[in-house]
Design a protein around this ligand. Sequence first.
Ligand code: CO
Length: 152
Amino acid sequence: MALRNIVKFGDDILRKKCREVTVFDDKLWVLLDDMYETMQSASGVGLAAPQVGILRRVCVIDVGEGPIELINPVITSIRGKQRAVEGCLSAPGQWGYVTRPAKVKVTAQNRYGKEVKYEGTELLARAFCHEIDHLNGVIFTDLADEMVENEE
Ligand code: CO
C-alpha cells in the first residue's frame, strides 16, 4: 500500500463527474487500499477517488465502525435532516455547517463487484452524502450555509 497525494479545493479534478467502475481487478483493489491508508493517515472519515486524482466512482469511509468501500454507489433513500459542521481532506482548515439527511440508504458494489447495501445515520449518513457528492463534482462548501473559523 502507498499514500496518495490528496488534491486540494481549487483543482478542476474535484469538479468533474466520475465514471462508473466496470472492471473489478487488482488495480482497483490497490486504489481502494491506498485510499483507505491515505484517509487514515490524514485522520479523515471518508475519501473519494477524485481526491486522489482518479475520476472513478469509488469512495472509502470509516467513521469508527470499520472500513466501508463503495463502488458505483447510489443513494436509494433519504429521511429527515441534520445540520452539523463538516470538513474535507481536500480543504484543510475549512469547516462549515451543512444540512444533510438524518438517515441515508446506499446501494453500491464491493471490490469484487457484488452488490452491497448500507444504512447510516448521524456521521455515517453525512459521510455517505459527502463522499458521493465528490463523485459528481460537488464539494461541501457548495452546500454550506455558514463557514466557521479554523481553530487549528
Ligand atoms: Co471531501
